[in-house]
Design a protein around this ligand. Structure first.
Ligand code: PMP
Ligand code: GLN
Length: 383
């Protein structure tokens, strides 16, 4: 293994899901729903296979999906993207992030990312031979946010891009317009490209609005926006995502993408086009259901003795373990199957400086109510 990938080992999601299977524990680790996406969309995937959509689709993606993405961006955010040249279908958001970073960064360039960050960011930056400059999200008034001065201090002469993720995995923060403006100001002043991972764009709670970074003044022209059907339609196994960006940036990302995978699987693309056109009410119901599950798990974790941060979006709750007299989430999550028959994710693995997140554990609530209730019941044994 090349030196720059040493230290990445096995992802925490693979490790913890395997631990759940091995120990028969309830898996509140890896974020995937335990119910299916909209029935008509699943049927569209099956009919696409039967109808013979089984050969390579065009490199940028099936035209129906690019058209549907374009209409969706316009309708939800008032953003116009040309399906021919400004939209690229990818193998999930993960490929979109990796291809973007590889397309933008020379070895030695710096990329700012907010820690804790989704684990693939650090790996994509390392693959490019670039350098990650972390800015820490810290609890403040019940939610995680960043210090604008720390953000500014992270930008230097080699900074090429900033990786933004809102709604944010793992903290559940949905960045406010004011926070996004701080990021946008920096991007414009320092001529940075923003790569924004918005896979949870439709999963926000309590009426909190998701604001795409590309809608801020001067940002559309310098932003690569990434979405995924996995979270929007509860089909994480379909690995279908897309990039929206100005033509020059899409060309750059596609140049890399075509040699990673050339194109993404055809049947899912047709089904996701159906989803974007006809299933957004289903998505709204998913969101409302998730909000109730957030409250259900949040109340249960609080009753079990954790300090709980109520997320404004995503699938995830952050729990501070210190009130239980514990200090290290990595130790706790490795012991949790034998202590309680539950699997969770140690948030510290998402930090460049793990000690900053040692006392946080991430629990996923995208699960059936009875699964959440049983997990809570088991976790109350901890206290
Ligand atoms: N980014 C974030 C923030 C995620 O939580 C995930 C997991 N869904 C991904 C990217 C990966 O998405 P995909 O499965 O579409 O590659
Ligand atoms: N996005 C999901 C999570 O954060 C799963 C990611 C994965 O398995 N790679 O849990």
């Amino acid at each position: 293994l090349v030196a720059r990938m040493r230290g990445f080992g096995t992802t925490i999601f693979a490790e913890m899901s395997a631990l759940a299977v091995r120990t028969g524990s309830i898996n509140l680790g890896q974020g995937f729903p335990d119910t299916d996406g909209p029935a008509a969309m699943l049927e569209r995937a099956a009919s696409a296979v039967r109808e013979g959509h089984n050969q390579y689709p065009p490199g940028p993606g099936v035209p129906e999906l690019r058209q549907a993405v374009s209409e969706h961006r316009k309708e939800h955010y008032g953003l116009a993207y040309d399906p021919d040249g400004e939209i690229l279908v990818t193998v999930g958001a993960t490929e979109a992030v990796a291809a973007s970073v590889l397309a933008l960064c020379e070895p030695g360039d710096e990329v700012i990312a907010f820690e804790p960050y989704y684990d693939s960011y650090a790996a994509a930056i390392a693959l490019a031979g670039a350098v990650l400059r972390p800015v820490t999200l810290r609890p403040d008034g019940g939610r995680f946010t960043f210090d604008p001065a720390e953000l500014r201090a992270a930008a230097g002469p080699r900074t090429r891009a900033i990786l933004v993720n809102s709604p944010h995995n793992p903290t559940g923060t949905v960045l406010t317009r004011a926070e996004l403006s701080e990021i946008a100001d920096l991007c414009r002043e320092r001529d940075l490209v923003a790569v924004t991972d918005e896979v949870y764009e439709h999963l926000t709670f309590d009426g909190v609005e998701h604001v795409p970074l590309a809608t801020l003044p001067g940002m559309r022209e310098r932003t690569v926006t990434i979405s995924s059907a996995g979270k929007t339609f509860s089909v994480t196994g379909w690995k279908t995502g897309w990039v929206c960006a100005p033509p020059e940036l899409v060309r750059a990302v596609q140049t890399v993408k075509q040699f990673l995978t050339f194109t993404a699987a055809a049947p899912w693309q047709l089904a996701v086009a159906h989803g974007l056109r006809h299933e957004m009410e289903w998505v709204a119901a998913l969101r409302d259901g998730l909000q109730a599950k957030r409250d259900r798990l949040g109340a249960g974790l609080a009753a079990a003795g954790f300090d709980v941060y109520r997320p404004a979006g995503t699938y995830f709750v952050q729990a501070d373990i210190r009130p239980l007299g514990l200090a290290d989430g990595l130790v706790l999550t490795r012991d949790l199957p034998s202590l309680a028959g539950v699997v969770a994710i140690p948030t510290q693995v998402f930090y460049a400086r793990p000690e900053r997140g040692a006392h946080f554990v991430r629990f996923a609530f995208c699960k059936k109510d009875e699964v959440i209730d049983e997990a809570v019941h088991r976790l109350t044994r901890l206290g």
